[in-house]
Write a protein that binds this ligand. Structure first.
Ligand code: GLY
Length: 377
């Protein structure tokens, strides 16, 4: 415990740096950052015109406070609210947002501030990457999933009816402000969904963190703020290190490991029109299926696969599809449309032990199909 925590003062912010040369930035994690956003961003952003992009679920809670904090620090800042949901991650909404950028008179020195979950972050980042050939943007994630994954690393995109995140660009934010106070408003289902991505980091990179999660998942579900801040910091530190080594997910680079469970998850989401399961739930099922495939291929011991399934279940997340979900053949066909497929060959991230994983491009089609066909709950 730090001296300030012992004295009962507000704990200091935690700061994780993403090292990318001239595009380096800080992920700041702390309680009440939205109220301090203006002063924090004053030293980060060269311009003083900012448009906060949020949705109708998040805006009423935090949009006014964020725009106000920016104005107090001398920014010309307003907030606009888009409809919530994955449907907003479309070229149509991007076009509407370009129109709003022109109406707000944003120029090349202006900034977009994404306030919300992964959908708002991805869409706003995509518009920032392309409006006037690229302007600054800042991520202020308000879901656990966006805090530990989507807001960090510069992947921006909109969906295409044929595949999720298919139209996009790499565009790093200038800063990420994780205000942990926003988690108090997060619906229970979204909190659990975010835990799927947190668990992912333990599986691919950090056995000690995985064991910590096994011991502390109940605290996380009870929204213990110290436990949540720790889980967010460790997750962001792992992601920051990987992105620093492999910003653009080159062939054979480590960034692809962040896609554990995602080949399965994206197929589920595409086949179900992004309804039925949240992204985190689809990733949870995908990680359990990837565990099964790893065991089948002789890479992972059954005991480790059981630990993975048990932790996912302890976080209140699904480990299998349900009767009535799309047929295995449809899900299998959808995996080939994923960006991770290359030259018609499937690529899966598979763990060989808890804390270590690798990309496998040699999984025979019938083995992948067999996993889709395996038991449903
Ligand atoms: N969400 C995976 C990545 O950022 O690479």
């Amino acid at each position: 415990m730090s001296d300030s925590e012992k004295k009962g003062a507000a704990p200091a912010d935690r700061v994780v740096r993403v090292e990318l040369g001239a595009r380096s930035y800080e992920i700041r994690i702390g309680e009440g950052l939205i109220a301090r956003a203006g002063e924090i961003l004053s030293s980060v952003l060269p311009g003083r015109r900012a448009l906060v992009v949020t949705d109708r679920n998040v805006g009423p809670h935090f949009g006014h406070a964020l725009a106000g904090a920016l104005q107090k620090a001398g920014f010309d800042g307003t907030a606009i609210e888009l409809p919530p949901g994955e449907g907003a991650k479309s070229l149509e909404t991007a076009k509407a947002l370009y129109d709003l950028c022109f109406t707000a008179k944003l120029d090349r020195g202006s900034c977009l501030v994404a306030l919300g979950g992964g959908v708002i972050g991805d869409l706003t980042g995509f518009v920032a990457a392309t409006y006037m050939r690229g302007i600054d943007f800042v991520q202020v994630p308000t879901t656990l999933l966006a805090m530990v994954d989507a807001s960090v690393g510069g992947k921006t995109a909109v969906d295409h009816p044929k595949a999720k995140n298919a139209i996009g660009a790499f565009h790093q934010p200038r800063a990420v402000l994780v205000d942990t106070a926003t988690l108090a408003k997060l619906p229970e289902r979204d909190l659990r969904s975010g835990l799927a991505e947190v668990i992912k980091y333990g599986i691919i990179d950090d056995a000690e963190f995985f064991a910590w999660l096994e011991a502390n998942v109940a605290k996380l579900l009870a929204r213990d703020t110290v436990a949540l801040a720790h889980a967010i910091e460790v997750s962001c530190a792992i992601k920051a290190r990987i992105v620093g080594e492999d910003e653009r997910e080159r062939d054979g680079g480590p960034r692809a490991l962040l896609n554990l469970g995602h080949t399965f998850a994206h197929a589920i989401e595409t086949c179900m029109n992004y309804a039925g399961y949240t992204h985190g739930e689809a990733v949870a099922i995908g990680m359990a299926l990837a565990g099964q495939l790893s065991v089948k291929r002789g890479l992972l011991g059954e005991a480790d696969a059981k630990r993975i399934r048990a932790l996912i279940e302890k976080a209140g997340l699904p480990v299998a599809l349900k009767a009535g979900d799309p047929p295995p053949e449809d899900l299998h066909a959808a995996t080939f449309r994923d960006k991770k497929a290359r030259g018609g060959k499937l690529r899966f991230v598979l763990a060989d032990k808890i804390g270590h994983a690798a990309v496998h491009g040699d999984v025979p089609e019938d083995e992948a199909l067999a996993v889709w066909k395996s038991g449903r709950s």
